[in-house]
Ligand binder design. Structure first.
Ligand code: ARG
Ligand code: ZN
Length: 850
């Protein structure tokens, strides 16, 4: 179904480009406000009989001159690009354009960050650098010459001869334009080297600005070497150039970018030291370093035919980086964290107006589709595929994938074809995971009769604008059965649900079992299993599947919070007692126990209530969560001091899984203990902290009980020259503010001289924290909505991509009461009718209002 919005692109309209590119030569004369780019591109006709006219993308370019086979031409220029007649057969296209990196605040194309030239071309930024068929399936070999005054001049591939003010780079691997990168600045390198399995020596450099960042590179470099080795060992993939460069950039819209041989990173996603970074920062950096590196094979060597296929590279690469993290750290902990994240970010998207399939079939602005659905659900889909075919077939299919498609730009159908060929299985039903939006609900009914136990599953997915007709999915459901004493009487089996409703029978049981369903979260669905609190408590105590054991605790917490938010019910004692038993079990990994202590967030409770047909009241949800935290601190009063003692880390700081797990349990216990001692212990921990995890953990514990004013001031004085730490300082004050104080706190902080809103990290630290403070954002008078909308409107003309992305704060608006819907609706109207709005934000607001 096509809507009529102008500027919408449809997958069904895909047509190949009429030419191939034999070679690309680019020459840059860098200048902050008048950079010249000369291009020489050799085109040859593609199989599909080219038209006599061709179109090259180009935006915000000043064309100086253009020639075909040496003869000057006068092409037709529009806002989108250039059109001109071309000869039959092969021809040379040459152009010279002028661009203004200094004026580029959108951070797409070539721009300046702290005086450093850098690029971001994915998805469609290369067209802001020169005229080009800026589409991912046009792959070419690039040679790049850079003239500029900076001491370091970088581009993709291998370095050629260089001299003062000049550098040459050649990338032998054909690549799409979105993987192009250029960096020029007075940078210093943290260098190392890696030898691949077949003996190729690779120089590794992490480039940073001098003066403070050099000592924050070591961890990322070690992570890179581990990732390189892991990809050889697990996927048989070697690196394929002589150098691998990474650059840290302060102004960046996303986490990082996998440009061939020249990854560009948001500083926050690469720089780390124990004093300035938390354990969570270290883990995230390790994962992003691995993610971008893994793209070299899943994304760069094999890329996407068109942007609808984005999940081809992103879903697979997220899946691979999750496997890496699971191997480096703890698999159950990683799995639980990923599910928490999926529920917090992807479920609201998939169950609201922004729902779209993992492979969308239309868009206006592709940047709006770098979403939790494409990335995280895209990775879940691959996890399901692996579960369905088994580990061995998965490995064979991946071998075949790399062999068959290396050097090509392909589709999801191509990806599935290797699984079909290896297993002989038809995967057309599986394809629905890519084409249907929405989170399937799976309802479970149990029946037991003299030794025979039957599970009946019924699936349904609510229809939406993106998927009006929902057909049954193939859903792998991992199930194990436990006996009355907690023994596993039936070990994990993978049931395959393919129909609307289906039953599975287990024979020969000696008594009614307790089922453990959807182990390891074997599919991204909402399980509707009505079981008693006693059974949940039993699973919390006994489930042998670590994910489901955690899940049992979460379900109890979620349900008790839902009751408490809608009545004056007291916390469920089964939950409190069950949790205490788990926390006392020293055989359990501290990181795992810390996750057990985590309560569902307030927005998760709001969505859970709304799923039960109850209109959520944000203030009541917040109050319920506070009451539950108080009850937890009371129940655990005798245990907390011992937990603090046992998990205080006295060894030299290391961000490894074991130590960071202990710190996670320590800081979770500290936050609860602060509710008993008024923050005395947290204040002394703050004063003694010698690493950011503890310092921030203690500060958070204080802020959460309405204290920590002196510490907040001292924190600023201590860290005012560390921009990444100051981001944390901004965020924590807002995220830990009481609901009635969050908007005022945000208002005060946007006045702070360090609130440089044009920097995406700083903007997100402040406005992202406001959106994340559920009670504050949804303050009944609408001040949170209005303030947030003000800032979206301020940012949009400067940086549409980040502004549009942050519109997601409004995506769940229909769940709230009429008063709030009116207030949010008014802000959405205000944004929708504001003049000069970007296409990015225009699309987001239109979808959210629809
Ligand atoms: N490919 C990058 C990654 O996931 C993300 C870059 C997306 N950038 C954008 N402007 N949409 O690793
Ligand atoms: Zn990626």
């Amino acid at each position: 179904m096509k809507d009529s919005a102008p500027g919408t692109v449809y997958l069904s309209d895909y047509a190949p480009f009429g030419w191939l590119i034999e070679s690309v030569h680019l020459e840059f004369d860098l200048d902050p406000d008048a950079t010249r780019v000369k291009s020489r591109i050799v085109f040859s006709p593609n199989l599909n009989s080219p038209e006599q006219e061709f179109f090259l993308h180009g935006e915000n370019l000043r064309l100086i001159s253009a020639r075909i086979d040496g003869t000057a031409i006068s092409p037709r220029i529009t806002r989108e690009g250039l059109t001109c007649p071309v000869p039959e057969g092969e021809f040379l296209f040459e152009a010279e354009v002028e661009i203004n990196p200094g004026a580029n605040t959108a951070l797409e194309g070539l721009y300046l960050s702290n005086g450093m030239f850098c690029t971001q071309c994915e998805a469609e930024g290369f067209r802001k650098i020169t005229y080009y068929p800026d589409r991912p399936e046009v792959m070419a070999v690039f040679t790049v010459e850079i003239n500029g005054s900076a001491s370091v001049l970088l581009s993709n591939g291998n370095p050629g001869p260089r001299g003062p003010g000049h550098a040459l780079w050649h990338d032998p691997w054909p690549k799409p334009s979105y993987l192009f990168a250029l960096v020029a600045g007075d940078l210093v390198a943290h260098s190392d080297r890696f030898t691949t399995a077949s003996g190729r020596r690779v120089d590794l450099n992490l480039w940073v600005r001098p003066g403070g960042d050099e000592d924050k590179c070591a961890f990322a470099m070690e992570a890179l070497k581990r990732a390189m080795q892991w990809d050889e060992q697990v996927y048989g993939r070697e690196y394929d150039l002589d150098v691998f460069n990474i650059v840290a950039v302060d102004d960046f819209n996303m986490g990082a970018m996998e440009n061939k041989g020249l990854n560009v990173f948001n500083s926050a996603a690469v720089l780390a030291s124990p004093e300035t970074s938390t354990d969570a920062n270290f883990e995230r950096i390790e994962a992003i370093i691995a993610h971008e590196y893994f793209h070299n094979w899943t994304g760069n060597r094999i890329t996407c035919r068109d942007w609808f296929q984005l999940c081809l590279k992103e879903g697979l690469t997220v899946f691979r980086d999750a496997q890496f993290t699971a191997d480096m750290r703890s698999a159950p902990v990683k799995r639980i964290r990923d599910v928490i994240d999926l529920r917090a970010r992807q479920f609201p998207e998939d169950n609201g107006p922004l729902a779209h399939p993992v492979r969308p079939d239309h868009f206006q602005e592709i940047n709006n589709f770098y979403t939790a659905t494409v990335y995280e659900k895209g990775a879940e889909v691959i996890g399901m595929l692996k579960r369905l075919v088994g580990d061995k077939a998965y490995a064979e299919a991946l071998e075949l994938y790399f062999a068959r498609f290396d050097g090509q730009a392909i589709t999801i159908e191509d990806w599935l074809s290797v699984f079909e060929d290896v297993t002989g299985r038809e995967l057309c039903q599986f394809l629905r995971w890519y084409t249907q939006a929405g989170t399937p609900r799976v309802a479970v009914k149990e029946e037991y009769d003299s030794g025979t136990y039957t599970l009946t599953f019924t699936q349904s997915t609510p229809p939406s604008a993106a998927s009006p007709v929902q057909r049954p999915q193939i859903i792998p459901i991992a199930v194990g059965l436990l006996g009355a004493n907690g023994d596993e009487v039936v070990p994990t089996q993978m049931l395959e649900l393919t129909k609307d409703s289906q039953s599975f029978t287990f024979e020969g049981l000696s008594g009614r079992p307790v089922p453990s369903i959807l182990r390891d979260f074997s599919a991204p669905v909402i399980l509707e299993h009505e079981i008693s609190d006693a059974e949940r408590a039993f699973l919390l105590a006994h489930d042998t599947d670590p994910f489901n054991r955690w899940e049992a605790g979460q379900a109890l917490a979620r349900e008790t919070l839902c009751y408490m938010a809608t009545s004056d019910a007291r916390p469920n004692p089964d939950y409190l007692e069950g949790l205490r038993a788990v926390l006392r079990d020293d055989s359990l990994d501290p990181a795992y126990r810390a996750l057990m202590l985590g309560l569902p967030g307030e927005s998760e409770i709001a969505l859970a209530l709304s799923a039960h047909g109850i209109i959520p009241a944000p203030e009541a949800i917040h109050a319920a969560r506070e009451r539950l935290l108080d009850a937890l601190s009371e129940t655990l009063a005798d245990d907390l001091p011992a937990l603090l003692d046992a998990n205080a880390v006295r060894e030299r700081y290391s961000p490894d899984a074991a130590q960071s797990g202990r710190r996670a349990l320590f800081t979770a216990a500290l936050a609860l203990w602060s509710r008993r001692d008024g923050g005395a212990r947290a204040a002394s921990e703050y004063a003694a902290a010698d690493n950011m995890t503890l310092q921030l953990g203690a500060l958070g514990a204080l802020l959460a009980i309405g204290r920590g004013e002196a510490e907040t001031a001292a924190f600023y004085e201590q860290w005012r020259h560390e921009r990444l730490v100051i981001d944390k300082w901004f965020a924590i004050q807002i995220s830990h503010a009481a609901p009635d104080a969050a908007v005022a706190k945000t208002r005060a902080l946007v006045q702070h001289p360090d609130f440089n809103w044009k920097n995406p990290n700083r903007f997100r630290a402040v406005l992202g924290a406001l959106a994340g403070n559920h009670g504050g954002f949804h303050s009944r008078d609408g001040r949170g909505y209005a303030l947030f909308a003000d800032w979206l409107l301020t940012l949009d003309p400067v940086n549409p991509q980040t502004a549009a992305r942050m519109c997601t704060a409004f995506q769940s608006w229909r769940h709230y009461d009429g008063g709030r819907q009116m207030l949010i609706g008014a802000q959405l109207d205000r944004i929708a009718t504001a003049g000069g709005r970007s296409k990015d934000m225009g699309e987001m607001i239109a979808r959210i209002r629809a």
